[in-house]
Design a protein around this ligand. Sequence first.
Ligand code: NI
Length: 236
Amino acid sequence: MARMIFHGQSCCEFITSDDTRLLVDPFLSGNPVADVGPDHFTDRLDYLLLTHGHGDHIGTHEDGADAWDILKATGAQLIATYEIASYAGEVQGIQNAHPMHIGGAYDFPFGRVKLTPAAHGGMINSPGAEGYTTNPVGMILALDGVRVYNAGDTGLTKDMELLEGHVDVAIVPIGDNFTMGPEDAGRAIRMIKPQVAIPVHYGTWDLIAVDPQRFIDAVAGAAEVKVVAPGDELEL
Ligand code: NI
């Protein structure tokens, strides 16, 4: 059974039963609530996945970003949109990348990854990224037979209805202002109908301070809500 460890904002680490290690959206060194720094992953990481290029997902800092630092230190494979993979290769010199795009799926050794639409911004907050603007995405990761939907940053869309029957665990932003708020996120869960819903992307700063009870109320029993704090680990 795969495990998930939450590291704050939208950063999730996944470890599969065969010990494949995946990291999604590492925002660590500048994250006021992160429980670990980027060095935590230098022992071993197999894949690093990005939903989009905003600073609170790649870990933008004055010299670049946590994502590039971790990829260079570990040799992990980057899984991201074509434009982000191109930026990583051409500007950051990271050649171990698997480019994908919205609607496409691929069977990796650890499981299947499918990218989904996300209604959000496409800027890559990193030096030299002009010309690499991309579409943000969500993703469905099939890990040990469990289908995990990581919505990325997105507003509520009717497209989410298409995910019904394809998702066991849904990780959704609830922080409002930049993404869905708790009521829209609850509505998304009622459309997707996963077994488990995990709220993220809130509470990191006052601007996105949200009581997760509002999300629980909005889900209205349509899924089991698991609220996680940075450092929390759960079985999927
Ligand atoms: Ni964003």
